[in-house]
Design a protein around this ligand. Structure first.
Ligand code: C5P
Length: 223
């Protein structure tokens, strides 16, 4: 008998895109389908964890046994993460969070007026992962995992991004077409270097990822 890898552990996951309002009926989003984050949530639950999934707008069903919280904007995602983070053993940020939001979203639908196109002003969104990773004073700081979608020089950028975000593990997606696809190839960056998980469907990779996280968190103070 082998106990489940993540039995008794609490895992918080972000997934999907964010939606940043321009007006009540329009907004700015991206092509993240949420598939990878949902697969990670499913794999974590299968491994026995108590899983909370904070999701931007997606068309996906909630994985069995997963507690899902729906949000739209990056700031709502940040708030939901802050509200749920206490007591989590692992935080996995898979969401494709918009770097920028519209500064003054209109409360009314923006109308066509003459020839002038409306101008949008932007302001920076919080970096959810970096914020949580920086909270080292939190009693029981969670093990933080990030994702990166770089199209070039992934090996070099991946290691740099892991350091910049201040996290122990960064997962790099290889290739340009991971958004919406069912397959993926990923590289894991940690303090030892990098490991490639060859092309497979996202659920297979998600299960491998949970197993890799489990190996690494055995040494983590919370485990
Ligand atoms: O810096 P970059 O956006 O490439 O980093 C990607 C990683 O950071 C992902 O894990 C993503 O979920 C997370 N992220 C975040 N909040 C942001 C931007 C990215 O949590 N505002």
């Amino acid at each position: 008998f082998q106990p489940k890898l993540m039995a008794g552990k609490r895992i918080l996951i972000t997934a999907g895109p964010t939606f940043e309002a321009i007006d009540p009926v329009r907004g700015i989003t991206n092509l993240s389908s949420g598939k990878m984050g949902y697969a990670v949530a499913r794999a974590a639950r299968e491994a026995g964890a108590d899983v909370t999934l904070i999701s931007g707008p997606t068309a996906l069903p909630t994985p069995f046994g997963v507690h899902r919280i729906d949000v739209q904007s990056a700031r709502q995602m940040m708030e939901a993460v802050n509200a749920a983070i206490e007591g989590q053993h692992v935080f996995i940020a898979v969401a494709a969070v918009a770097d920028w939001r519209v500064k003054n979203p209109s409360t009314q639908k923006v109308k066509k007026t003459g020839d002038t196109a409306p101008a949008l002003e932007f302001e920076e969104n919080p970096d959810i992962l970096a914020t949580i990773a920086a909270r080292t004073t939190l009693a029981g700081h969670p093990y933080c995992v990030g994702f990166a979608a770089e199209s070039e020089n992934l090996v070099e950028f991946g290691a740099a991004k892991r350091a910049r975000k201040g996290i122990p593990l960064l997962v790099g997606n290889i290739g340009h077409h991971t958004f919406g696809a069912d397959d993926n190839t990923i590289i894991l960056f940690d303090e030892q270097g990098h490991t490639i998980l060859p092309r497979a469907d996202k659920l297979t990779l998600a299960r491998q990822l949970i197993s890799e996280i489990s190996k690494r968190t055995n040494k983590h103070s919370l485990f």
